[in-house]
Every structure is written in structure tokens, then in C-alpha cells.
Design a protein around this ligand. Structure first.
Ligand SMILES: Cc1cc2nc3c(=O)[nH]c(=O)nc-3n(C[C@H](O)[C@H](O)[C@H](O)COP(=O)(O)OP(=O)(O)OC[C@H]3O[C@@H](n4cnc5c(N)ncnc54)[C@H](O)[C@@H]3O)c2cc1C
Length: 431
């Protein structure tokens, strides 16, 4: 039976009100994307904005059924593991529809992202979780160099730091006019990601070219309608804060960028020069709390190696993890060679002893994407576990979209794990 239940908190609305359809052909694919990749956020909305308890939400999955101008319709449904094990059990918790209202109604699908982020911020705040931030941060490039065959490390600093910067990783920034604003860089978080503004550097480059090279100026006009000429193929790109620390003269940070041909993100990173600024416009924490106990497996490709490296450095679990490290090029497997676990334990590819983290290397010699890669990872992990019997309790991984989608059910099947214990994120999409 389907009920229309309304959230009892600030999302309460007139039960009989009609919601306004957006009539956008893109809605179906947006709904599919959110349902496939953001289940935990939908459950978070239900937890924060409805009367469903954590225990009840543990028994169900959730999916968006429609996006209206005024909000989201979210339906509870049987957990996928429950369907496999018992068939869809009839439960009063299944198939209820909840309406989650936006702070401000939207008139077009383009406005959804802002309202969705606001919902997420409000839900996370209510649930006491770290959340996405829409803050602008400015870093200065200090240096850049390769740390493995295709990984470029950017060394960044926070410019113009006050001398009395406190050690709690919150820094005061002051601009040229002496206006200060509070900013913070997390020194103790693995997988903290920043959305870098690639347009900022394209514009700066174009302005520099304008003023220094009369011949090139005509190719890079930056005023009026010709601004389009300097826009990079993508305006922004996510990269992880590999590590940040408080130095004598302010915050220092590393960002590691996988260079994989002639692409906007890689070209941006490779062109950066010492002294240039880079700007970030959004930031959010990674979902890694479940790794605090139990035997964990980290599954990474080149884009998620920085997160795994920081996880190892901050490892907060008595049992060292197994790291499945998939690279296209054998020359990038050395990325973990210099990574030390928090306790000072070295990486060891041979020893399965209890005091070492173990790398299971997979070199594919091709782009690491698609469902075939998921099959390969699952098979290699299965072979490893046959020879090294381990009870795996937790998974964290981040891979290409189709690989992640195909891998989640394979891992749940093989390891018999629950939804909350298997976190396999999408870090990029192959087109
Ligand atoms: C939360 C988060 C954190 C991330 N952290 C990092 C990080 O620390 N370091 C890092 O390098 N990346 C990281 N990524 C991934 C990075 O944002 C993507 O790989 C991004 O697509 C790179 O942009 P691009 O301009 O190089 O390629 P795009 O403009 O996205 O695509 C250009 C071409 O390159 C292909 N392509 C894109 N990514 C890859 C890839 N990884 N391998 C092979 N082909 C690819 C596409 O299919 C396309 O054909 C992160 C992503 C997320 C969501």
C-alpha cells in the first residue's frame, strides 16, 4: 500500500496539496543517479525530517519517486539484501512515500543542486554529521612534482596567514585590504575533497597574456561576451586533500592529481606555477567512519589513492587494512611505498602479519573503468582470500561509476556484508 506521509518537522505541508511537476525530460536520469549513488543521503533526509527511527530505517532502502518544484518524494522500499534473501517481505515500512520540502521551491532542474545541498546541510546538522560546505578557499602553489609515474603532487599553502594562527587547524586569512575571514583546513581527515575552480586560473592566465603578449591577446579576450573564449572544457574538478598540516608559517597541503592524457583537470594541474593561486569553491568530507573497527579492505584506483594514503596515515583501527590498488600503469604502484601507517608500521606487499597493512596490486594496462574491472577486482580479492583466509568486515573504495555500480553487489554477495559496511564511491565517470 502506498501512503502519502508528510514529514512532521519543518517539511510539514498540507497533506492534500498538489506539488508542481517540473516537466523536464532530464528528471528521470537525475532521479536514477541519486537513487543509485546517494542512498545514504536519502536515508539521512528520512532520518532528519520524518518520524522514522534509526531502527526502522535500518530495515529499509529509500528511493526518490519524483522531484517537484517544492521538494522530493522519497519512498521506502525493501532492502536489496532482503529481497535476495527472503523475497520482498511485506512490511508496513515498505512503500510509504514521504515528501521532503526544499527551503525554497525551484522553477527548473538547474536549481535542484543548490536546494539538494541545503537539504543535505540541514539533515547532516540535525544528525550531528560533518557536511558539505560551499566556501571559497584560496591556496598558493609552492611547488609541483611527480611522486609516481603519472601522479603529480601540488604543494600548496594558505597565503597571508596571520602570525597568531592557532594550532586547532583554523586559520585567519587576510586579503590585501587587511580584511580577515576565518577559514579552516582539516589536518586530521582522510578523503576531504575540494572542488577546484579551473576557470579561476584560465581567467588569470588570459589576463596575464592580455597584458604581456599583444599577439595572443586577441585569442583570449576576457571582457564582455568573449569571456567564453577562456573557459576551460570543464569549470571545476574535485581533488582530495592528500594531507594538510600546520607549518611554522601557516597551513601547508598536498593535492595529488592523476595525469591521464590531455584533459582539463590534468592540464590545469600540470600548468600551475609556484606563486599562482588556486581557488576552491566547495568541500566535503569522505564517508569513512565505518572503518574504525573490524577487518577493512580499501579498494582504490589512481583517483582514490590519495584518500587511502591519508586513511592509512590516520588509521584509527587496531586491525590493519588490506589495500586493493588498481592502476593502469605499473609505475603508479609505487605511490604507497612511502606511506606509513599512524603507528609507524611500514607497508609490506608480502607479509600478512598482523602489524602491517598489505597491498594487493592489480595492474590493468588499460583505463580503469567499466563492469569488467569490477569482475576482475572481485576475482582477485576472492583468490587472495582463498590463500589468506580473512573475515572481511568493512569496505571503503572509490572508483569509476560503472565499476563502482557493478562492484557493490559482487562484494556484498562474496562477503555477506550489510549496506552500511560497504561504501564504494564514484570518483569519476568514463565517457
Ligand atoms: C570526491 C572526489 C575526490 C577526488 N579526488 C581525486 C584526487 O585526489 N586525485 C585525482 O587525480 N582525481 C580525483 N578525483 C577524480 C577526478 O575528479 C576525476 O578523475 C576527474 O574526472 C578528472 O578530470 P579530468 O579533467 O582529468 O577528466 P574529465 O574532464 O573528467 O574527462 C576527460 C576524459 O578523461 C577520462 N577520465 C576522467 N578521469 C579519468 C581517470 N581517472 N582515468 C582515466 N580516464 C579518466 C574521461 O572518461 C574523459 O574521456 C576525485 C573525484 C571525487 C568525486
Amino acid at each position: 500500500m502506498t501512503n502519502l506521509l508528510l514529514a512532521p518537522t519543518e517539511n510539514t505541508d498540507n497533506q492534500n496539496s498538489q506539488y508542481t511537476s517540473l516537466n523536464d525530460p532530464e528528471i528521470a536520469s537525475v532521479v536514477t543517479h541519486i537513487n543509485e549513488e546517494h542512498l545514504d543521503e536519502l536515508l539521512g533526509f528520512l532520518s532528519a525530517f520524518t518520524s522514522l527511527s534509526t531502527a526502522e530505517l535500518d530495515l529499509v532502502d529509500a528511493q526518490i519517486t519524483d522531484i517537484y518544484a517544492e521538494g522530493l518524494a522519497i519512498q521506502t522500499c525493501p532492502k536489496s539484501s532482503e529481497i535476495q534473501l527472503f523475497g520482498a517481505q511485506n512490511s508496513s515500512l515498505h512503500d510509504q512515500i514521504f515528501f521532503i520540502a526544499f527551503a525554497t521551491p525551484i522553477s527548473q532542474l538547474d536549481d535542484l543542486q543548490a536546494q539538494y545541498i541545503l537539504l543535505k546541510q540541514r539533515a547532516d546538522k540535525k544528525l550531528g554529521k560533518k557536511t558539505i560546505k560551499l566556501t571559497k578557499q584560496v591556496f598558493e602553489v609552492q611547488n609541483s612534482y611527480r611522486i609516481s609515474k603519472n601522479m603529480l603532487r601540488l604543494e600548496l599553502s594558505m597565503p597571508s596567514l596571520n602570525s597568531d594562527t592557532p594550532l586547532n587547524n583554523t586559520a585567519q586569512l587576510s586579503n590585501a585590504k587587511g580584511v580577515t575571514s576565518s577559514t579552516s583546513v582539516p589536518t586530521n581527515e582522510a578523503g576531504y575533497a575540494y572542488l577546484f575552480d579551473l576557470e579561476h586560473n584560465a581567467m588569470t592566465d588570459a589576463l596575464m597574456t592580455d597584458s604581456t603578449d599583444g599577439n595572443k591577446a586577441s585569442d583570449y579576450k576576457t571582457n564582455g561576451s568573449n569571456k567564453e573564449n577562456v573557459r576551460p572544457a570543464r569549470p571545476h574538478c574535485y581533488y582530495t586533500l592528500r594531507k594538510a598540516w600546520q607549518a611554522d608559517n601557516g597551513i601547508r597541503a598536498w593535492v595529488d592529481v592523476f595525469l591521464h592524457g590531455d584533459t582539463p583537470g590534468g592540464n590545469w594541474a600540470a600548468a600551475l606555477q609556484a606563486g599562482e593561486t588556486v581557488v576552491t569553491k566547495r568541500e566535503f568530507p569522505e564517508k569513512v567512519e565505518h572503518l574504525r573497527n573490524g577487518q577493512a579492505v580499501l579498494i582504490v584506483d589512481e583517483t582514490s589513492m590519495p584518500t587511502a594514503a591519508r586513511l592509512l596515515e590516520l588509521w584509527n583501527n587496531p586491525t590493519p587494512p588490506l589495500v586493493v590498488c588498481v592502476t593502469q600503469d605499473a609505475g603508479d604502484q609505487s605511490y604507497f611505498d612511502t606511506v606509513k601507517m599512524r603507528s609507524g608500521i611500514d607497508c609490506d606487499t608480502e607479509n600478512n602479519g598482523n602489524d602491517h597493512f598489505t597491498i594487493l596490486p592489480i595492474v590493468t594496462n588499460q583505463v580503469n573503468s567499466g563492469a569488467d574491472l569490477a569482475t576482475l577486482i572481485d576475482r582477485e580479492l576472492g583468490d587472495y582470500l582463498t590463500n589468506n583466509p580473512l573475515q572481511i568486515d568493512k569496505i571503503w573504495g572509490a572508483l569509476e561509476a560503472n565499476t563502482a555500480k557493478a562492484l557493490r553487489p559482487l562484494l556484498k554477495d562474496r562477503l555477506g556484508l550489510s549496506r552500511t559496511d560497504v561504501v564504494v564511491k564514484v570518483y569519476w565517470r568514463h565517457d
